[in-house]
Design a protein around this ligand. Sequence first.
Ligand SMILES: *[C@@H]1O[C@H](CO)[C@@H](O)[C@H](O)[C@H]1NC(C)=O
Ligand SMILES: *[C@@H]1O[C@H](CO)[C@@H](O)[C@H](O)[C@H]1NC(C)=O
Ligand SMILES: *[C@@H]1O[C@H](CO)[C@@H](O)[C@H](O)[C@H]1NC(C)=O
Ligand SMILES: *[C@@H]1O[C@H](CO)[C@@H](O)[C@H](O)[C@H]1NC(C)=O
Ligand SMILES: *[C@@H]1O[C@H](CO)[C@@H](O)[C@H](O)[C@H]1NC(C)=O
Ligand SMILES: *[C@@H]1O[C@H](CO)[C@@H](O)[C@H](O)[C@H]1NC(C)=O
Length: 622
Amino acid sequence: MTNKTSLGLSVFFFLLTLAAVTSDLESDRRALIALRDGVHGRPLLWNLTAPPCTWGGVQCNAGRVTALRLPGVGLSGPLPIAIGNLTKLETLSFRFNALTGPLPADFANLTLLRYLYLQGNAFSEEIPSFLFDLPNVIRINLAQNNFSGQIPVNVNSATRLATLYLEDNQLTGPIPEIKLKLQQFNVSSNQLNGSIPDPLSGMPKTAFEGNSLCGKPLAACAVAGKGTGKGKSHKLSAGAIAGIVIGGVVVLLLLLLFLFCDCCLCRKKKKQDNVESRNIEAAAAAPVPSSAAVAKETTVDNTPPAVANGSSENGAAKNSKDLTFFVKSFGVFDLDGLLKASAEVLGKGAFGSSYKASFEHGLVVAVKRLRDVVVPEKEFKEKLQVLGSISHPNLVALIAYYFSRDEKLVVFEYMSRGSLSALLHGNKGSGRSPLSWETRAGIALGAARAISYLHSRDATTSHGNIKSCNILLSESYEAKVSDYCLAPMISPTSTPNRIDGYRAPEVTDARRISQKADVYSFGVLILELLTGKSPTHQQLNEEGVDLPRWVSSITEQQSPSDVFDPELTRYQAEGNENMIRLLKIGISCTAQYPDSRPSMAEVTRLIEEVSRSSGSHSPLSG
Ligand SMILES: *[C@@H]1O[C@H](CO)[C@@H](O)[C@H](O)[C@H]1NC(C)=O
Ligand SMILES: *[C@@H]1O[C@H](CO)[C@@H](O)[C@H](O)[C@H]1NC(C)=O
Ligand SMILES: *[C@@H]1O[C@H](CO)[C@@H](O)[C@H](O)[C@H]1NC(C)=O
Ligand SMILES: *[C@@H]1O[C@H](CO)[C@@H](O)[C@H](O)[C@H]1NC(C)=O
Ligand SMILES: *[C@@H]1O[C@H](CO)[C@@H](O)[C@H](O)[C@H]1NC(C)=O
Ligand SMILES: *[C@@H]1O[C@H](CO)[C@@H](O)[C@H](O)[C@H]1NC(C)=O
């Protein structure tokens, strides 16, 4: 009897709990449907007969909705009151939609919320202070919206807050006294004024630019009004204002210079005609795309840009050695001849600048001027001897090299079609012929074969710097991989520390890239080929919204073909199976954990299959 009662009781409680769980999920479901029905823009294609945890962008844990991620899905208009009922929500992302209006008041009920990503919308009105009363919130990103008014003074209530991004809004007034230990903070491009609170003085300057702020890390504040002698304080503030103005101009110039350098990185220079007559030294010394790359250039400016000078003054050092050749089938030339050849800047990369050198007798080669080489001459020569012995139809051939104390040159075969990066992201309006699916598949295959070949040499050989500007194309659009195996010789400080969209998550030292990290970079390259999106695009920010994650977030909730480059799908039959197969290969290469990624040999085999069944043939496929 007692046994039966207790059994009955436990069944009763079990059913009760079950009912509670299902009713909570039912409430989550109702809230999601209210969101779907209340928001404008592109409809959310959720299958209402399936459980909500299977809906695109919805993630559950223990039978409740814990994450809602709808990035870049074309939602617009104001958010309805609904999301506040998702009481177990920890992650909410609506970044890069076109949502408007104020943040709904029911967000105040999201007490478990940790990550809030609303950047890239048109939300307006004041930032509600309840956001900072959410006890668990760690990241708040409201950048690139239309928020106005002041930053709430209760920021310090969010004791776990680590990231606060508010840049590109219409915020006014002062920055409140923030006492939290924030890791990431940005209020640039608002209309804030007043002084920067001391605890934030260690943040980068760029976090505050585009406001009327003063104090560390920006220029000191004018001490107007506080001094005893009015005239003195007036003078002081005038001086300070001048300082701020000059500082601002310098910062702006630096910023412009930085942006400019960043733009020409990886990109084929457009104006080519007027540099043709220059030689390499002059091209390098020319101020056009920033002359900061090579230290030597700073000493060149008061000498005429003629090689005669180079060979008389530095002549002793230069003529004592000459180029060391690996292949002579391209033609033979000496260092003086190379330096006299007319040169044109092709681009600047992490390892140094590249030039196209054209000899009078018609030979054209590419010259890479390495900077920040950290290995001694002996090791450099040994490494290059190894490189010179590598030969594969999909690797750019190494022709010769030169090493002296202040000049390290590597001569490669010249590729007339430039880089894949320039072809994919170059000026689309300029009569450039779009890359077809067959061409792209052929490029993927050629590059895969080259990298696979490098990996097959021994387990420690990797390319080290796979990205679309290092995939060059021959006249027939055959992929030729360049810049291979140079990474171990270059100082890690010389590699740009801005977010590199190709780098595998486990990589901490740019000089030591494993084969599996190469596979990751190659996966990003495939996604780039298929989506037409650059992995280093600025949207790829702190949230880790890199190209692989963007692709997965879209493919999870929509048809995979939504990620493809419109240029690719325009002339292609609907739902090309082979494109989706290649996309899946790219996704598998970009797995988070190195062990989950396929080997390059496996990747090559899979791409060969795709290539065969789509009838595309790279010039090399059998
Ligand atoms: C939110 O929850 C409240 C109380 O449980 C309920 O009255 C309301 O209808 C719910 N709203 C939505 C949109 O689900
Ligand atoms: C919706 O989900 C149900 C149940 O999982 C399934 O039977 C049905 O085929 C789905 N409908 C569509 C259009 O996917
Ligand atoms: C938060 O939830 C409580 C209880 O469910 C409800 O009464 C209140 O209206 C909600 N607040 C907002 C702002 O929606
Ligand atoms: C920004 O908000 C203001 C009012 O707060 C509004 O007048 C303006 O149109 C909004 N701008 C955009 C681009 O939404
Ligand atoms: C900031 O701007 C507001 C409005 O323009 C003004 O009233 C206020 O005095 C300014 N504060 C400082 C510290 O300059
Ligand atoms: C702040 O945001 C601006 C604009 O997006 C950006 O240029 C700058 O690099 C950012 N600075 C920091 C420290 O995040």
